[in-house]
Design a binder for this molecule. Structure first.
Ligand code: PLP
Length: 501
C-alpha cells in the first residue's frame, strides 16, 4: 500500500496553530514596544495603551467588563488562583464541590486545598462525562462555599451548563469557578450572562501564543492575589505583563466570532468521522456525547483490544497527530482520570484516542484520516512488529543482529534498574539527534517502561527509513509480570549483576 503522506494535526485540545494575525501581533510588539507598561514616562504610555486595548478585546470576546480580566502566564496559573481565593471562604463553608473531570491544573489545585484542610465533594458524571445541574443539587452540602466545574471537557468535549450550576451555587450562598479554557472559540462564552464568579482562559487553545492566560473575577467577588510582588494588574497579579503575548492573545480573541461561525462545519466533519469509524470498527465506542452536548471538534473513541499508544504511533507514521486519553507522554502507566471517572475500565482508557479538530481541518483531511484509519484498523498499516512480553527471551536479548533501544526514563534516577543487555538508552524526546548511533542493518527492538513510548518511537524510526522494527508491548513492567525472573536478571530490581553476557 502506498499513500501520499499528509500532515494532519488532530490534537487541537492540546494546543492550536498560532494564527497569522496572532503571530503578527506578537512579532510586531517584540520589535517595537518594549517599555514596561507600569512605568511612568511617555514611552511606557504606548505599552499601557496596548495592554488596555488587549484587555478590552478579550473582555469583548467573553462579554465581561475589561476591569474584571486579569492577565496571567497560563490557565494553570489562573486555576491556581484558587489557592489564594479559597482561604477567603467563611470558616463554616470550607467544602468545595467539584467535577472530578477537571484538568489537572484544577484538580491538583483542589487536592492541594484538601491538604490545607478544605474538604472536597466530587460530583458523579455519566458514561459520556455529563454532569447536570440536578447532580450538583443532589450532592450539595450545607458547608459548601465553592463549586467548581469546567465549561467544556478537554478529553471528551462534553459541555456543562455552568449558568444553571452557578444559579444553584448562588442560591445557596456559594461561589462558582469555571475553567473555560476549552469552551472559548468553540461555544459562545458570555460571562455576565452565566453569572460565574471566576473563570480561566488560555491563549494557546484559541490560536494565540503559549505562555499567556487570563483570569476573570466578577466585580464584587472575593479575591486575593496568588502571585505576590509588584502592583501590576491593579495589584491583582504581580509580575511584568508579557505584553507581546498579551497582544497575541487579544489578536486571537478578536477572531473568536470567526471560530464560532465555523463550528457547524467542524461538527459536520466530526460526525462524518464518527460514522466512518463506526463502519470500520463496529465495536468502537464513542465516549463523547452527541451535539449539542459536545464541543464541535472533539471526539473521544475507544477501540476495544487496541492499545492507544500503538494506534498513535501508527497514525503518527502517516502524519496524523492525535492524543491518547491517558498520560502517555509522561511515561506513567496511569489511565486517564477523566475516562476512568466516566466509568471506563483502565483497559478501555488505554484503548482510547482523543481526536480534536480545528477549523482548518478540511474535507480532504477528513478523507485522508478515514483512509489511514481504514488501513490501521484492518492491519494493512502494520509495518512494525509488536512483541508480546512472553516472547522476550534471553535468545532475543543476546541475538547479534538485534539492537535494543531502552527508553525507560527512570533508568537514570532509579539505581536498582539496569539497562537491558545489548541495549542503548536514548531520551524519548530527542532520539532524533541520535539516529547515527542506531544501526540500520540490524533488527531494532524498542522497549520502554509501560508500553506507551516504544510504539511511538518504533513508528518514528520507521518514518526515518528504518526497515526491521519491533516494539515490546506493555513495556518492561509487562515483562516483569510474565517473566519476573528474567526481568530481575536483565532489567533491574534485584540488585544482582547483569548475567548471561
Ligand atoms: N484547563 C483545561 C481544560 C485545559 O485543557 C488546559 C490545557 O490543556 C489547561 C487548563 C491548562 O492551560 P495552560 O496550558 O494555559 O496552562
Amino acid at each position: 500500500m502506498f499513500r501520499f503522506r499528509r500532515t494532519v494535526y488532530c490534537d487541537n485540545n492540546a494546543t492550536t496553530q498560532v494564527s497569522k494575525k496572532a503571530q503578527k501581533a506578537v512579532a510586531g510588539l517584540l520589535g517595537r514596544c518594549y517599555a514596561n507598561p507600569s512605568s511612568p514616562y511617555r514611552m511606557a504610555h504606548e505599552a499601557a495603551g496596548i495592554l488596555a486595548d488587549a484587555r478590552a478585546c478579550l473582555a469583548k470576546a467573553v462579554n465581561a467588563p475589561p476591569e474584571s480580566i486579569i492577565f496571567t502566564s497560563c490557565a494553570t496559573e489562573s486555576n491556581n488562583s484558587l489557592r489564594a481565593i479559597a482561604p477567603l471562604l467563611p470558616p463554616d463553608k470550607r467544602a468545595i464541590i467539584h467535577s472530578p473531570l477537571e484538568h489537572p491544573a484544577m484538580l491538583e489545585t483542589l487536592f492541594h486545598l484538601e491538604r490545607q484542610g478544605f474538604s472536597l465533594i466530587a460530583l458523579k458524571p455519566d458514561r459520556q462525562g455529563r454532569i447536570g445541574p440536578e447532580e450538583l443539587e443532589r450532592a450539595w452540602r450545607e458547608d459548601v462555599g465553592l463549586a467548581v466545574c469546567m465549561a467544556a471537557n478537554n478529553e471528551s468535549g462534553t459541555l456543562y451548563d455552568v449558568k444553571a450550576m452557578t444559579a444553584i451555587a448562588h442560591a445557596r450562598g456559594a461561589l462558582f469557578f469555571s475553567d473555560m479554557v476549552q469552551a472559548l472559540g468553540k461555544i459562545p462564552v458570555d460571562l455576565l450572562d452565566s453569572g460565574v464568579d471566576y473563570a480561566s482562559f488560555s491563549a494557546h487553545k484559541i490560536h494565540g501564543p503559549k505562555g499567556v492566560g487570563a483570569l476573570y473575577v466578577r466585580e464584587g467577588a472575593p479575591f486575593a492575589p496568588f502571585m505576590l510582588g509588584g502592583h501590576q494588574e491593579e495589584g491583582r497579579r504581580a509580575g511584568t505583563e508579557g505584553l507581546h503575548n498579551i497582544a497575541g492573545f487579544a489578536a486571537a480573541a478578536e477572531d473568536v466570532p470567526l471560530l464560532l461561525a465555523g463550528a457547524g462545519d467542524l461538527c459536520r466533519r466530526r460526525d462524518a468521522l464518527i460514522a466512518a469509524l463506526r463502519k470500520l470498527a463496529p465495536d468502537c465506542v464513542v465516549n463523547s456525547p452527541p451535539a449539542p452536548e459536545c464541543q464541535p471538534g472533539t471526539l473521544s473513541v475507544t477501540f476495544p483490544g487496541k492499545a492507544n499508544a500503538v494506534l498513535m504511533g501508527q497514525l503518527d507514521y502517516y502524519g496524523i497527530s492525535v492524543a491518547a486519553g491517558s498520560a502517555c507522554n509522561t511515561g506513567e502507566d496511569t489511565p486517564s482520570h477523566v475516562l476512568t471517572a466516566m466509568g471506563l475500565s483502565p483497559e478501555e482508557a488505554r484503548s482510547t484516542l482523543r481526536i480534536s479538530l480545528a477549523h482548518d481541518f478540511s474535507d480532504k483531511d477528513l478523507r485522508y484520516v478515514i483512509a489511514i484509519f481504514s488501513d490501521v484498523l484492518s492491519g494493512a498499516g502494520d509495518t512494525v512488529t509488536a512483541v508480546q512480553p512472553s516472547r522476550l527471551t534471553p535468545e532475543m536479548l543476546f541475538a547479534p543482529d538485534v539492537f535494543i533501544i531502552d527508553l525507560r526514563r527512570s533508568l537514570k534516577t532509579d539505581y536498582a534498574l539496569k539497562p537491558l543487555p545489548n541495549s542503548r538508552s536514548f531520551p524519548f524526546f530527542s532520539i532524533g539527534k541520535h539516529l547515527d548511533e542506531i544501526p540500520r542493518d540490524k533488527h531494532i527492538l524498542v522497549t520502554c517502561e509501560v508500553g506507551y513510548d516504544a510504539p511511538i518511537i518504533a513508528y518514528y524510526l520507521r518514518r526515518k527509513g528504518y526497515r526491521r522494527l519491533s516494539f515490546l508491548t506493555w513495556g518492561l513492567l509487562g515483562w516483569k509480570l510474565v517473566r519476573p525472573e528474567l526481568y530481575a536478571r536483565f532489567a533491574g530490581g534485584d540488585g544482582h549483576a547483569q548475567g548471561d553476557g
